[in-house]
Design a binder for this molecule. Structure first.
Ligand code: SAH
Length: 470
C-alpha cells in the first residue's frame, strides 16, 4: 500500500503553475506517507501534504498553506477511508506532535517504517542501495504504555495549571490528562504534581511576559527498579513554597525517589538549562538492562522505550559479532548502555559523549557493575575519535548511535581512515543515515538493515545497520 518515492524531484521540479488559494477545497487521493507521517497526494502534479490522511484514501482537502514547491492542507472530510484507519486512543492525537500515526493500524505502522528507510535510500542513493536487505520492522506486542519519560510544558490555561504539549505549529498548550503511550506511573506522578502546584499557587511560566517560575515538568521512570525521578525546569533558581511542595510530594507520591530542579532562564525553545540542583531524595535513578545496573542522571539521555531497548541492543550485539580480542568504541554513548552491555565480550571498550553528567554516569556504571575494561570521555565523537587514533589506539569494532542529525563529516573521515573491521550504525533518522551511507559505502558494504520500532504511534524510525568492510 505504501508506494515508493521514485520520482520525487522530477515531479516537483517540473510542475505547472497551479493557482490555489488558502481555504480552497478539492478531493485528493493519498499515495503514500511522508517522513513526518503525513499523507501525500498530487494536486495537478503539485505535491500536497495532508496530516492524518492515509494511503489509498480519498479525502477532501482544505488548503492551509501554499508555496512554489508544495501545498499543505487539512482533511475537510474523508470520502473513502483506508481499511487500516482506526480510532486513535488519545482524543488530542490529531492536535499535538508525537501521535502522528495513532489512527493507523499498528501492522501498517511497521510497514511504513520499513518503507521510510527505502524512501530515504532512494533519495540519497548510496552505493548499491537497490540491493540492501531491509528486514521487517520488529514491533511491540502492545504498542502503548511504553514511554519511560514524560516531558510536558506547564502553563496557565483558563485559570488552571495545564501540563501537556503544544498544538502543532503553535505555542497553545493542550492539557494531557491521560496519555496512551506513557508508562502509567509517569502520568500518575505528572497529574498529581500538577494538582499540588495548583493548590500551592506556585507561579507558572508566562511566555509572553517571560515571568513566572515553572516551565516544564519531566517525569522519568526506571522500569527495572520502579524508581521515579521528577525534575522541575524553572525560569529562575527560585522555587516558591519549596518546602510544602517537597513535603506533599513525599507524602502523596512515595514512588518518587529523586527530585531535581533544572534552571533554564532563556526564552529559547531549549528545554534544559545548564544548571541542575538537587532538591530531595537521591540525585539519580537506577535502571536495569539485563544483569546490569545503570545510574541515570536527569540530563542524561536514555532510550525512551525500555521494552524495545533490549531488542535494539541485542540486534546491535548480533550485528557487531564481537571477539574477545576486540577493542570496541561506543560512540554517542549516553550513560554507556551499549558499550557496557558488550564489555564482557571484548578486550576493551572506549566511549565518548558530550554531556558531562552522562559520562560521569557511564564511568560510574562501569564501576558499579565491576567492569574494568571500559572507560568514557567527555567530548564529541568527531574530535575524540581522531585523537584516539593519533594516540595509537587500534579499533576493531565501532558502534555509532548519533542523534537525528547523524554523523559529522569529520567523524566519517576518521572512520574511513581507521577502517574498523566491525561497524554498526544505530540510526534514529533514516534521512541522515542514507546521507551518511553515501560516504561510508566507499569503504563499507551494507550487510543488512534491521528496523526496530522504538516509538509506536509516531513516524520515528530506528534502524540497526550492519556494515562490512570492503
Ligand atoms: N547510545 C546511547 C545514547 C544515544 S543518543 C543509548 O543507547 O542510550 C545520542 C547521544 O549522543 C546523546 O546522549 C547525546 O548527548 C550524544 N551526542 C550528541 N552529539 C554528540 C557528538 N557530536 N559526539 C558525541 N556524543 C554526542
Amino acid at each position: 500500500m505504501f508506494k515508493k518515492q521514485t520520482n520525487f524531484n522530477h515531479r516537483t521540479n517540473n510542475h505547472q503553475p497551479v493557482e490555489v488559494n488558502i481555504g480552497d477545497r478539492f478531493p485528493l487521493t493519498i499515495k503514500r506517507l511522508g517522513i513526518n507521517g503525513e499523507g501525500i497526494g498530487y494536486y495537478k502534479r503539485k505535491i500536497c501534504f495532508v496530516p492524518h490522511a492515509l494511503p489509498d484514501e480519498v479525502v477532501v482537502v482544505e488548503v492551509t498553506e501554499t508555496n512554489t514547491h508544495f501545498l499543505r492542507g487539512k482533511i475537510h472530510s474523508i470520502r473513502q477511508a483506508s481499511e487500516y484507519r482506526i480510532e486513535p486512543r488519545d482524543s488530542y492525537a490529531n492536535e499535538v506532535g508525537g501521535f502522528e500515526l495513532e489512527h493507523l493500524e499498528y501492522s501498517q505502522q511497521l510497514k511504513f517504517k520499513r518503507d521510510l528507510i527505502q524512501q530515504s535510500l532512494e533519495k540519497f542513493q548510496p552505493r548499491g542501495f537497490k540491493h540492501y536487505e531491509i528486514k521487517p520492522t520488529i514491533g511491540m506486542e502492545n504498542p502503548f504504555e511504553y514511554r519511560n519519560k514524560a516531558q510536558f510544558q506547564v502553563r496557565m490555561v483558563a485559570d488552571h495549571v495545564a501540563a501537556g504539549l503544544f498544538k502543532t505549529g503553535s505555542h497553545d498548550l493542550v492539557d494531557l490528562p491521560t496519555c496512551a503511550v506513557q508508562i502509567p506511573i509517569t502520568m500518575k506522578v505528572m497529574r498529581q504534581v500538577v494538582k499540588i502546584i495548583e493548590s500551592l499557587a506556585i507561579p507558572i511560566y508566562n511566555e509572553e511576559q517571560h515571568s513566572g517560575i515553572i516551565k516544564t515538568l519531566v517525569v522519568r521512570v526506571a522500569q527495572g527498579t520502579d524508581e521515579v525521578q521528577l525534575t522541575f525546569i524553572t525560569n529562575s533558581p527560585k522555587l516558591p513554597h519549596k518546602r510544602e511542595l517537597l513535603d506533599q510530594i513525599r507524602t502523596q507520591l512515595p514512588e518518587v525517589t529523586s527530585i531535581m530542579q533544572n534552571i533554564n532562564k532563556g526564552e529559547s525553545p531549549l528545554v534544559w538549562g545548564e544548571q541542575t540542583v538537587h532538591l530531595a531524595g537521591k540525585e539519580a535513578i537506577t535502571e536495569t538492562i539485563g544483569p546490569l545496573k545503570f545510574r541515570l542522571s536527569a540530563r542524561a539521555f536514555l532510550q525512551l522505550n525500555p521494552t524495545q531497548t533490549k531488542i535494539l541492543y541485542s540486534e546491535t550485539a548480533k550485528a557487531l559479532d564481537l571477539a574477545p580480542t576486540d577493542n570496541l568504541v561506543d560512540a554517542y554513548a549516553g550513560i554507556g548502555t551499549i558499550g557496557l552491555t558488550l564489555a564482557h565480550q571484548v578486550a576493551q571498550v572506549r566511549g565518548m559523549e558530550v554531556i558531562q553528567e552522562a559520562v560521569d554516569d557511564a564511568n560510574f556504571n562501569a564501576q558499579q557493575n565491576n567492569i574494568n575494561n571500559a572507560s568514557y570521555e567527555v567530548g564529541t565523537a568527531e574530535e575524540l575519535l581522531p585523537k584516539w587514533l593519533d594516540d595509537g589506539f587500534f579499533i576493531d569494532a565501532l558502534v555509532v548511535d548519533p542523534p537525528r542529525a547523524g554523523l559529522d563529516q569529520q567523524l566519517i573521515e576518521s572512520i574511513l581512515s581507521a577502517r574498523p573491521e566491525k561497524f554498526v550504525y544505530v540510526s534514529c533518522n533514516p534521512s541522515t543515515l542514507a546521507r551518511d551511507l553515501v560516504s561510508l559505502t566507499n569503504d563499507y558494504k551494507v550487510a543488512y538493515m534491521q528496523p526496530v520500532d522504538m516509538m509506536p504511534q509516531t513516524p520515528k524510525c530506528e534502524v540497526v545497520v550492519k556494515l562490512i568492510r570492503l
